[in-house]
Design a protein around this ligand. Structure first.
Ligand code: SF4
Length: 978
């Protein structure tokens, strides 16, 4: 039977192949581009790019009449997750309005495909509740009283404050806090031009721990897995939802599965991805590193590892020299040690920790071993982001690739900087001369990113204050743990003098702002971006599509407000204008970085900014554009993306060209240094390794068997099995890949507690930005608590839909139960996407998903009760009268205290909770929080840290080779004198 099935599918594949070839011939004969598309058949794929100026579709609603619509197709980039997939805006040529968004087949990462959130951009653009004009608060903070103001009022008011702070040397009172960056480096450069170390991100509540595990191994904070060509894919996350690069990875994983790849998913919850896995492992939360180490031990003890790769590319010599100096410095001696290092991690041990039976773990280990160099993997949010020591989950996962030698191989793992391209901008301001302690505090010298979620506690500690605080596509009250502490500090003008919300939509934080300034969605702003999604490099271009459309028909547009709805502005023009108003005569040295080069003394336009970049720093783009008689900017406006290179291969093994090897010195362990200033191509040559030798020479490569090769941007130049950084900065016990027992390990919990998984995304929602995407809201609008039938029976939760009360360390929330076998017994889960709210004081808001709540503060005690659910309402969109849902879930994050990991700085999201049936007065969505208790938990976790002042080996605040999105001047790294 199985054989017959295979034969049938082979026949159908071959028949399909013939149809595709015939279609290709037809299309190419017409001189048009052939897009095979997801269906494999041209007709159902994509509009050929030759017809993007006048694409005709029939109006389905006019049927049976034949009514044509003529569209101009203009590319942009989706802004609804970090994947940056290509979109095509369908601009109606009759009235120059965007009618819909589809995939852009010219985009190398997404290849014309999108998830549900891409086409839903049209809902965001036409959202009847969006913010269209600049607003200024007129009542007290949070009172909900606003007046419409001009952009000039907003710019002048904010610029005056910033100018005063800069002149008075209060640079550290300025901060820009970014949610979804959506671009590479623009905001960082604005801050640098102001001399301000004020970049704050959301990364430490998102992916910092995942990044840390990669960083310590290979000096790159992200992997670029070649899923499409893998034989085995090992995913530690609900990958396509809670992982990274949803659609670009999903389509490549799907391709690999079609080619017979095995998929292993470690996720305590049955995610959509897990349903497609060959092995779904539902481990005890926090035990994932123990599983990885059992697999690694199996590879080691059975000799199923790539000896030659380990010998060449691990820093085993440094390990022996430092940790086992009594042994001979030979690979054989290292192998002997390696053979015993993980003795503890037997399958039985991992089974006891994880609850997965030992036989299954052995089978998984054998499957991994069978992959050889075609083993791809990914660990991102999920377990890494949820557990104390979660970064070791990633580090132990990379250990598997490092053992198999599946790094830089077809079907293996690449370093992100090999496949990500960041073009040089027209101006590069110098590093700021100040260090922001509120984001990079002394206690966390190894933190991967800013300690953003501790800002309220730091402000309460009196470590500093903010004169002007911007949020940009960010909603700290809703996104972070302990949101009520955020409310307390954002309401206090002594702690935050001026609060500016740059946002396209209302959110829980913007209600507390002094200025609410409308910014653009995906089709209303400029950005460039490049992400590591396969072994290739591409650059994408987000643009205001109506600007591009009008330019295509010969009109001139000089400001995105001329084409955007209302007075919606794009950020880049806004930052340039703001910078000019801070420094109108250029005397502060700021204006020079926002001036035109072509016409000195005038303002830099976005056309010049991107035109210069595409002309001067994107290899191959000018030549490609010239073939179509376009300028590079015109090319990017027409196609939206450009593939710079593909099949880069194992960059770490590239020999360093002789011309770069002038005046070199070589360390005893083979690190090669040069006195030449800069690498020739910063996008290929590792940039993250500014660990100079004693004479200040730049690391250029690593001597491997007598050949100087590029190596990795780590201190040693090799893959760091042993991290001298962790050892030297106070954590010698964590210097090797290992297993840290989680804060929710069974040993750490009371018998009546359960683990709450709170990190998983819903694939059809966008964190805090999709509340008025009507299509997405209809698909997903609530977040019940997943509970196993055995737990439901034990706790007395009779049926799905019954209310449960979930008690955390600082409060509780009330939600509906969903009784399901899709979760491990002893564990409950709740998606973080839901529970959007607006207080009764606010008339404005997103009425499709935000419930109206009564929010009460009594000293440190806060409570929230829903007073009105969502429902149908009249608006400019007739569909809002058809809203049939009323349950919008619960905002669980409010009830979580902060859990900063002492090494990575990541908030460890898992909570130890007590789940009970709700009390008679409880209502769905109820919240209670005690912020005094939240402060106690913060102080307990702070005690776990080893501050730089006590452990720094070189008198610096932080190792210089670790990344920092905005790096201040090297002098600022020096620890202040006690
Ligand atoms: S995966 Fe979906 S949300 Fe993310 S960029 Fe692509 S289309 Fe947009």
């Amino acid at each position: 039977m199985a054989a017959k099935k295979t034969m049938r599918s082979r026949l159908s594949l071959s028949a399909r192949g013939e149809r595709v070839s015939a279609a290709r011939k037809d299309v190419e004969a017409r001189g048009e581009t052939f897009y095979q598309g997801p269906s494999g058949i041209h007709l159902s794929a994509f509009p050929p790019k030759e017809r993007w100026d006048d694409w005709v579709e029939l109006d389905s609603r006019a049927w049976p009449r034949r009514e044509e619509h003529h569209y101009m197709l203009v590319p942009t980039t989706c802004f609804n997750c970090e994947s940056a997939c290509g979109l095509l805006a369908y601009v109606d040529r009759e009235d120059m309005h965007v009618r819909k968004f589809e995939g852009n087949p010219e985009h190398p990462g997404s290849r014309g495909r999108n998830c549900a959130k891409g086409p839903s951009t049209i809902n965001q653009v036409t959202d009847p509740d969006r913010i269209l004009y600049p607003l200024k608060r007129v009542g007290s903070r949070g009172s909900g009283e606003w007046e419409r103001v001009s952009w000039d009022d907003a710019l002048d008011g904010i610029a005056a404050r910033l100018r005063a702070a800069i002149i008075e040397q209060r640079q550290n009172e300025i901060m820009i806090h970014i949610g979804r960056p959506g671009e590479d480096g623009f905001t960082e450069r604005v801050l640098a031009s102001w001399g301000v170390d004020g970049h704050n991100s959301h990364t430490n509540v998102c992916s910092a721990a995942g990044r840390t595990g990669y960083q310590f191994w290979m000096g790159a904070d992200r992997p670029s897995p070649d899923h499409a060509n893998a034989k085995v894919i090992y995913l530690i996350s609900a990958h396509l939802e809670a992982g990274h690069y949803f659609n670009p990875h999903a389509q490549r994983i799907t391709e690999a599965r079609a080619n017979g790849a095995k998929v292993i998913v470690l996720d305590t919850r049955l995610s959509n991805t897990a349903t497609h896995a060959d092995y779904w492992l539902s481990p005890q939360p926090g035990s994932e590193a123990a599983i990885n180490l059992a697999v690694a031990r199996h590879l080691i003890t059975t000799g199923q590892y790539n000896r030659e790769f380990v010998r060449q590319w691990w820093n085993w010599e440094e390990y022996l020299q430092t940790c086992r100096p009594e042994l001979p410095a030979t690979f054989e001696a290292f192998e002997e040690v390696l053979g015993t290092l993980y003795d503890e991690f037997t399958f039985d041990y991992a089974a006891a920790e994880s609850g997965i039976d030992a036989a299954t773990l052995r089978e998984v280990a054998e499957t991994v071993a069978g992959a050889g160099t075609r083993f791809s993997s990914h660990s991102w949010r999920s377990a890494a982001a949820s557990n104390l020591g979660g970064w070791q989950v990633t580090r132990t996962l990379v250990l598997l690739s490092a053992l198999l030698g599946s790094i830089g191989t077809e079907g293996g793992l690449f370093a992100n900087y090999w496949n990500k391209f960041v073009p040089k901008p027209i101006h590069t301001p110098p590093h700021p001369g100040v260090w922001q302690e509120l984001s990079w505090p002394m206690e966390y010298p190894l933190a991967q990113n800013e300690l953003s979620f501790l800002l309220p506690q730091f402000l309460k500690d009196g470590r500093g204050k903010l004169d002007t605080y911007f949020i940009r596509v960010y909603n700290p009250v809703w996104t972070n743990p302990d949101g009520m502490s955020w409310m307390e500090v954002l309401s206090d003008p002594e702690k935050v003098g001026c609060f500016v919300a740059l946002t396209p939509t209302w959110n829980e934080s913007a209600y507390l702002a002094d200025w609410v300034l409308p910014m653009g969605h995906a089709s209303e702003r400029h950005d460039t971006h490049s992400y590591e999604q396969y072994d290739g490099q591409w650059l994408g271009f987000r643009q205001p599509v109506l600007r591009a459309a009008r330019e295509r028909v010969g009109e001139t547009v000089t400001d995105t407000r001329q084409v955007n709805p209302g007075e919606v502005w794009e950020e880049n023009e806004w930052w340039i204008e703001l910078s000019w108003r801070i420094d109108p005569d250029g005397s502060l040295g700021i204006r020079q970085y926002h001036e035109s080069k072509a016409s000195p003394g005038t303002k830099l336009s976005v056309d010049e900014y991107y035109g210069w970049m595409f002309e001067n720093s994107v290899p191959g783009l000018p030549e490609r554009a010239a073939k179509e008689e376009l300028t590079p900017l015109q090319f990017m406006r027409r196609y939206g993306a450009f593939e710079i290179a593909k099949g880069l291969g194992a960059v770490h093994a590239f020999p360093v060209p002789q011309e770069e090897l002038a005046d070199v010195s070589v360390s005893p362990l083979g690190r090669v240094y040069t006195s030449t200033a800069k690498p020739p191509n910063p996008n290929i040559v590792p940039m993250g390794a500014p660990v100079p030798d004693e004479q200040g020479r730049r690391a250029v490569g690593i001597d491997v068997d007598g050949v100087v090769r590029r190596g990795f941007p780590t201190p040693s130049g090799k893959l760091e099995f042993y991290s001298s950084t962790l050892a030297g900065w106070g954590w010698p016990e964590q210097a090797l890949p290992g297993y840290i027992k989680s804060h929710v390990h069974p040993d750490a919990m009371a018998p009546d507690q359960m683990v709450l998984l709170s990190t998983f995304r819903l694939p059809t929602q966008i964190h805090t930005r999709s509340a008025n995407s009507k299509w997405l809201d209809e698909l997903a609008h609530t977040n019940p608590v997943w509970i196993h039938p055995s737990d439901a029976a034990r706790l007395g939760v009779a049926r799905t839909g019954d209310l449960v009360r979930v008690q955390t360390d600082i409060g509780h929330f009330v939600a509906k139960a969903w009784i399901t076998e899709g979760i491990r017994p002893g564990v409950v889960a709740c998606s973080h996407h839901m529970g959007r709210w607006r207080p009764t004081s606010q008339d404005d808001g997103q009425r499709q998903m935000m419930a109206t709540v009564d929010l009460v503060q009594d000293g440190d005690d806060w409570s929230m009760h829903k007073v009105k659910s969502v429902g149908p309402y009249a608006s400019s969109d007739p569909d809002t009268k058809r809203i049939w849902w009323s349950d919008t879930g619960v905002h669980q994050n409010l009830t979580f205290p902060v859990h900063p990991d002492p090494i990575s700085g990541m908030h460890c999201w898992h909570q130890a909770v007590r789940v009970t049936p709700a009390r008679p007065d409880d209502k769905a969505g109820d919240i209670a929080v005690d912020t005094a208790k939240a402060r106690e938990v913060y102080q307990q976790w702070l005690e776990m840290t080893r501050p730089a002042g006590q452990i720094s080996p070189d008198g610096l605040r932080r190792p210089t080779w670790l990344m920092r999105p905005l790096k201040p001047h090297p002098d600022t790294f020096v620890l202040p004198r006690p």
